[in-house]
Design a protein around this ligand. Structure first.
Ligand code: GSH
Length: 198
């Protein structure tokens, strides 16, 4: 299998962390690519041009982080990355962390534009969304454990890209228990091996 990624994509990081957590490093060739460029190698494989992208051994091209991680999970039955459909609490967490990541990705993308092209309205909206989500996860920190779950990996990667790219957004002081959870989760080797560039 071949996993296409960029160093700084939080979505691709989720897939890379999941691959490491599932002990699949020797089954996957990691291929760093560029995105949003007409000559990106990824476009030869995936018309969406998005990372992560997985090429399976039988040459199917899988898009979308969740689909890729679900596919990877079939190679290691000992770990159940995804919430059981009968466990609404875990499904709730998984869904809300996904929405949190989507919002942070929009915010990060917005501030990468030239200053005079940035929309303050979008930035404000995403800041408010992130603040609400952080409060929600802070309240949940009692039930957040350190298991290798898709929701936890996604939450760790979202907080990770916030720390790397939204440096002025001081979230730690008001969310001490979530920060503790994050510090412990991000110390695992899969997270350490995939830290975004400063
Ligand atoms: N819904 C997708 C989102 C993936 C995504 O947006 N990746 C970004 C990098 S963070 C990307 O590849 N952007 C390239 C582009 O927009 O052309 C997923 O879950 O995998």
């Amino acid at each position: 299998m071949k996993l296409f990624y960029t160093l700084n994509s939080p979505y691709a990081r989720v897939a890379r962390v999941a691959a490491l957590e599932l002990n699949l490093a020797d089954k996957i060739e990691m291929k760093e690519v560029t995105v949003r460029e007409p000559n990106s190698e990824l476009l030869n494989y995936n018309p969406t041009g998005k990372v992560p992208t997985l090429e399976t051994d039988d040459k199917f091209i899988l898009s979308e982080t969740r689909i890729i991680c679900a596919y990877l999970n079939r190679f290691n039955d000992d770990i159940k990355l995804f919430a059981n459909i009968f466990d609404a609490s875990s499904l709730q967490l998984e869904g809300m962390v996904g929405g949190f990541l989507d919002g942070i990705a929009v915010w990060v993308r917005e501030i990468r534009r030239k200053t005079d092209e940035q929309s303050l309205k979008v930035i404000k909206l995403e800041q408010l969304r992130a603040t609400r989500c952080l409060e929600h996860f802070e309240k949940l920190s009692d039930i957040l454990d350190q298991q290798s779950k898709f929701s936890h990996i996604m939450l760790g990667c979202t907080l990770g890209i916030m720390e790397a790219r939204l440096t002025q957004f001081q979230w730690r002081q008001k969310h001490l228990r979530l920060a503790d959870w994050y510090d412990e989760f991000s110390s695992r080797s899969s997270m350490q091996a995939t830290v975004p560039e400063a």
